[in-house]
Design a protein around this ligand. Structure first.
Ligand SMILES: *[C@@H]1O[C@H](CO)[C@@H](O)[C@H](O)[C@H]1NC(C)=O
Length: 242
């Protein structure tokens, strides 16, 4: 199913960058020679090596601590469906693993595995899911188990001070889960019995509701990966990565 999603991830990664000389690059970013036949294996090893450093946060690059990660707002809107999550806390990113990666001067293609991604926040929902009209506000818990997130993006080389850098453009993500759990407390504005029946129905039909309720998972992961990769590529010249 195709739909339009409008997402606002306000102030994601607004951590100020500590001023420093532009040539310093994060020491956990290692290069792989793209002409080497083992390039993909090398890139995979290096990406997984870098993850624990990135997850702790790197002020010099402007990456905040990622687990837990606080996001002020995620907002999704399509057709007649609206879902916003405020004061969001995302956890589980510390166990992120890259299972395949290909990076070149034209494209980026990688799969990230996140075993347990948990998104907690205050929701406001108004719209149809399955055949139900959902309306309400309250605490929300969205949990994505066994996620494989396939990220594809264009890469555009550009010059800055006569040095070649790579730009990460227009990431697209597809994902599969082994299970999703949803809990929207106070749905239908406080009808307890109906509320727990609705949550039960959403969980029994988790795969069918992912089209609508999966949007926060998809957009959160996309924006986080986009921010991290972009911040690193902004600082590290192409020839120190490829
Ligand atoms: C969120 O839901 C998951 C899955 O049901 C559960 O394991 C976790 O404890 C919940 N977290 C909170 C803070 O309620």
């Amino acid at each position: 199913m195709k739909y339009q999603v409008l997402v606002l991830v306000v102030a994601l990664f607004c951590t100020p960058v500590v001023p420093q000389s532009p040539q310093t690059r994060p020491s956990y970013i290692k290069s792989c020679d793209e002409k080497n036949p083992n390039f993909k294996t090398c890139a995979l090893e290096n990406a997984n090596y870098a993850i624990p450093f990135i997850v702790k946060g790197d002020k010099q690059v402007g990456i905040p601590r990622l687990d837990p990660l606080d996001l002020p707002l995620i907002e999704i809107e399509h057709n007649n469906f609206k879902l916003s999550l405020k004061d969001v806390q995302v956890s589980g990113l510390k166990d992120i693993k890259v299972t395949s990666i290909d990076l070149g001067r034209t494209g980026f293609d990688a799969v990230f595995h996140i075993e347990n991604l948990n998104i907690i926040g205050t929701y406001d929902i108004d719209g149809k899911v399955l055949l139900l009209t959902l309306k309400g506000q309250g605490p929300a818990n969205i949990t994505a188990v066994g996620g494989d997130y396939h990220v594809k993006a264009k890469i555009e080389p550009y010059q800055k001070n006569d040095i070649e850098y790579l730009k990460f453009v227009d990431p697209q993500i597809d994902f599969t889960l082994t299970r999703a759990y949803f809990n929207f407390e106070n749905i239908l504005n406080g009808n307890q019995e109906l509320g727990s029946e609705i949550n039960q129905l959403l969980n029994e039909n988790w795969q069918d509701v992912l089209n609508d309720l999966g949007a926060p998972i998809k957009e959160t992961v996309t924006r986080i990966i986009e921010s991290i990769v972009s911040k690193i590529l902004e600082r590290v010249p192409a020839n120190e990565i490829l």
